[in-house]
Design a protein around this ligand. Structure first.
Ligand SMILES: [Fe+2]
Ligand SMILES: [Fe+2]
Length: 354
């Protein structure tokens, strides 16, 4: 999964989704620089990962079984809306991963064969994930026109290093989201309201492997973990991904209610685990145990919900603007304070363990 797409609500006919509600941000990068990257330091790891990807453990996994063959009309109102919204967002995220990996594979063909092959196989996985989610959407009378989305996509340019930091985190946070929902539903099978959740365990292993591939790329580039700049970027991407996750989960708390999960508890656990996992790749991780960390993040999520309420209200534009200003200032201040919390130096820990 690559969370590089922003999707809002889903209360319009499917035909309008691509034009008005989905504003997918697909990333592009400096392909020339990607092709010239010296991967020798990570070559052994990348070869191992390529072999794993070629083994294609989930070849037969994404096949819909008889559990899907029923109507889902008993899921109605806010719950239906929340679930469809979740499916749409997930589908576009998976699809944006597919497009990025496919393009990287195409551009690197004949230049960097190991990366070209790995990206082609990651694109294969993300296409499966997006396609499976789109079929789930069809069960609810919706579907995304992925062909149209491809044609209409707009690109945001990210340097290669940013792509590696951001996609690594996106894959690992994707892994933790899927596995934590899976584990929770194992304990509470009555909350499994739709068969899609039965597919999450092998699915999350795909995301875990993708994350490991980006970890191998990251560690093969010393400037991405040995320099002071890399420490600042790591903090920036960790915080950006965690804040986006927190805001999104709280906006969609209804979906987590349906699963019998508390949105705040789920959000906190996903962030904690992803932060811990990132210690294997990043030179620093965030100090999420700091007493202010989750408090400030929760405050940002609350303010974001208030911003949404204001945006949906009928107040005149200038009234909306002035009501939004203190909330937005509060979010920016909190994010800045969070960024400044002293991080945990994972390289120092690595050095003592060695
Ligand atoms: Fe995926
Ligand atoms: Fe992925």
């Amino acid at each position: 999964m690559v969370s590089t797409a922003a999707v809002s609500g889903a209360s319009v006919p499917a035909s309008e989704i691509e034009e008005t509600l989905l504003t997918p941000r697909f990333y592009t990068t400096d392909f020339e620089k990607a092709a010239e990257m010296d991967l020798s330091a990570g070559e052994a790891d990348l070869k191992t990962m390529l072999a794993e990807m070629q083994a294609d453990y989930n070849r037969h996994h994404f096949v819909r079984n008889e559990n899907f063959e029923q109507t889902w009309d008993h899921i109605q109102g806010d719950e239906r809306q929340a679930f469809v919204d979740y499916l749409e967002r997930s589908c576009v995220s998976e699809f944006s991963g597919f497009l990025l990996f496919k393009e990287l594979s195409r551009k690197l063909k004949g230049r960097s064969s190991i990366l070209a092959d790995i990206f082609a196989l990651m694109a294969r996985d993300e296409a499966r994930h997006a396609g499976f989610l789109n079929k789930a959407l069809a069960d609810f009378g919706r579907s995304l026109n992925l062909g149209k989305l491809t044609k209409n996509r707009s690109y945001t340019f990210f340097p290669v290093e940013w792509v590696i930091y951001a996609v690594y985190l996106s894959e690992k946070i994707g892994y933790w989201r899927y596995i934590l929902i899976h584990r929770h539903l194992e304990q509470h099978p009555d909350n499994r309201f739709y068969p899609l959740f039965n597919y999450f365990e092998p699915w999350c292993q795909d995301e875990n492997r993708h994350g490991d591939i980006f970890k191998a790329m990251l560690r093969s580039q010393p400037q991405m973990w040995q320099t002071w700049q890399s420490r600042l970027w790591s903090r920036f991407f960790l915080l950006s991904v965690f804040a986006t996750h927190s805001l999104t989960v709280h906006e969609r708390s209804k979906f987590y209610d349906m699963l019998g999960l508390d949105a705040t508890t789920f959000d906190t656990e996903v962030i904690r685990q992803t932060n811990d996992t990132s210690a294997r790749a990043f030179p620093v991780i965030l100090n999420v145990a700091h007493p202010e960390f989750f408090k400030r993040l929760d405050d940002c999520a609350d303010r974001n919900l208030k911003l949404k309420e204001i945006a949906q209200s009928n107040a005149p534009k200038f009234v909306k603007f002035w009501r939004k200003v203190p909330l937005m200032t509060g979010i920016v201040t909190d994010l800045l304070r969070l960024y400044l919390i002293k991080p945990i130096d994972t390289e120092a820990i690595r050095a003592t363990v060695r």
